[in-house]
Design a protein around this ligand. Sequence first.
Ligand code: SAM
Length: 177
Amino acid sequence: MEEFFKLIDPIPRPYPLEYGIKLYNEILKHQPKICYEFGSSWGFTTCAIAKALHDIGNKKIKFYSYDIDPKRVNKANALLKSLNLDHICKVETKDIFSLKSFGSHFDFLYIDIHNNGSAIQKVLDRINYKNKLVYFEGGSNIRNQVCVERKVPTFENLNYEVIFGENKRHSFSKLNK
Ligand SMILES: C[S@@+](CC[C@H](N)C(=O)[O-])C[C@H]1O[C@@H](n2cnc3c(N)ncnc32)[C@H](O)[C@@H]1O
């Protein structure tokens, strides 16, 4: 696992390597079967999730990832291929707000679409997330302050626990079920 994260360290992304490692460990811990990611960008979190699913080794696992930017999608797919993880996930170009609701047919969702409180709420309004694992970038106090500075809604109206980066700018959180 350490070797893998050394390999993906050069991928451009806003987050420290530990962010991806924590996400990897969350997947190992919960072993979800049907997974979604909204906002692959260049593929850093996509690879962390895909590697964990690969290491779990369940052939019935499904992982769908989307990004609105086709250039980033191409890069993410090339990266997955170079890491032999393209059998786990192929990223698709989609505006996630153009998707019809995917109801409750998933176990795990990671949301990372230039997040703020209202973007997350907009996603949640379209899905049935009761008893599902829903993670999103953000949630720490410092990250909420960034929302205030950007004049966008904070995450404070959501019911969540910070999983990574409680006292850091780069954080991710899990919705309470
Ligand atoms: C902060 S980046 C994601 C970082 C990424 N998870 C990583 O590991 O580097 C946010 C991404 O969300 C994508 N995005 C923004 N709005 C979107 C939308 N409506 N549908 C799909 N992707 C979107 C952007 O193109 C961008 O690549």
